[in-house]
Design a protein around this ligand. Structure first.
Ligand code: UDP
Ligand code: MG
Length: 320
């Protein structure tokens, strides 16, 4: 039984993984208990897994779970939490944007009695203006859209107590937004602040497409507000069309100025159709997720593990 588990999702991180290992190792050696470095290889196409194997053979604190293909960052974190056996579990990105040294501060907070210690970014270095702006907006929109209290500017870099993990493993929903789930379970939570470094090497694995998907997952899995907004918009449009009909009838019946031309008709048709399709899209986002959910497929498929127990031991209801 280890005291600390560090969960590191990796996807094509061959360029950084050795350095990440070195830095993590240095930090974890300063802690007061046995630890494990649990890498989750999310279907990397480069030499990531070979490097992991090499490290694992040399160092028994290195363990890994190797996926059968790429399942995505949030799923990789989930698997990490499933397999982690520590009393405190730290989730950290592999690219050293999250400074490993902060783990020591998190552990201090944990010892003070906090169950979740999340890292709050006060500054982001070496990221594009676009990423900064979209990230800023994303956290604010999410906060406005959802009822639960998801702290702004925090990623998945955090420490969670075993009892939080033991609750999280019961939440097998597919469109996963792990930081939301962690807020949702509650317990005593606090923050430590840090400056987000730039990536040590390699490129971001979150291109725009994945970022959008991720944001939609975040909002749809914690809020119906988009649906409510759609119906509100519907009511508003219906009300204004009644008004429009009354005005048109009045003009037609009691005055000589008939409403002119096709331009107005054309605009109304375009606008209404646009709004209608948008609402259908919003509904589609939810329906698609319901569809994913009812299929009840496993969240991920493991090809191979090293140093960890079987899936069944770790998540007892997994086979159900
Ligand atoms: N990652 C993953 N699967 C993916 C995409 C990313 O496991 O499909 C990992 C990646 O290796 C890294 C972490 O998730 O450790 C965060 O990814 P990245 O640094 O590319 O995201 P960014 O910091 O640019 O948001
Ligand atoms: Mg990164």
């Amino acid at each position: 039984m280890v005291k600390y588990s560090v969960v590191i999702p990796v996807y094509n991180e061959a360029l950084v993984i050795r350095e990440t290992y070195r830095r993590l190792k240095r930090v974890m050696e300063q802690t007061d208990g046995p630890y494990e470095l649990l890498f989750v290889n999310d279907g990397s196409e480069d030499e990531t897994i070979e490097i992991l194997k090499e490290l694992a053979v040399k160092d028994e604190t290195v363990k890994y779970v190797d996926f059968s293909r790429n399942f995505g960052h949030q799923i990789a974190i989930t698997a990490g939490m499933d397999y982690a056996s520590g009393k405190a579990i730290v989730i950290i990105d592999a690219d050293l944007q999250d400074p490993p040294e902060l783990i020591l501060d998190m552990i201090d907070k944990w010892k003070e009695g906090y169950d979740v210690v999340y890292a709050k970014r006060v500054k982001r270095k070496g990221e594009t203006m676009f990423k900064k702006v979209t990230a800023y907006l994303f956290y604010r929109v999410l906060r406005a859209a959802t009822e639960i209290d998801i702290p702004v500017d925090t990623g998945d870099f955090r420490l969670i107590d075993r009892k939080v993990r033991d609750q999280l493993v019961y939440m097998r929903e597919r469109s996963r937004f792990v930081r939301g789930l962690v807020s949702w379970v509650g317990f005593k939570q606090t923050a430590v602040e840090y400056e987000r470094e730039k990536r040590f090497a390699g490129e971001t694995k979150y291109p725009l497409k994945k970022m959008i998907r991720f944001s939609l997952d975040g909002i749809t899995s914690f809020s119906y507000k988009p649906l409510k907004l759609a119906s509100l918009l519907g009511f508003f449009l219906s009300a204004s069309s009644v008004l429009g009909i009354i005005i048109t009838l009045y003009l037609k019946l009691f005055t000589h100025s008939t409403v002119a031309g096709w331009a107005s008709l054309f605009m109304v048709t375009l606008l209404c159709n646009g709004i209608m399709f948008m609402m259908l899209g919003v509904m589609g986002e939810y329906i698609g997720r319901i569809y994913d959910e009812v299929k009840q497929r496993p969240l991920y498929i493991v090809k191979e593990t090293w140093g960890v127990g079987t899936q069944y031991e770790k998540v007892p209801f997994y086979m159900e």
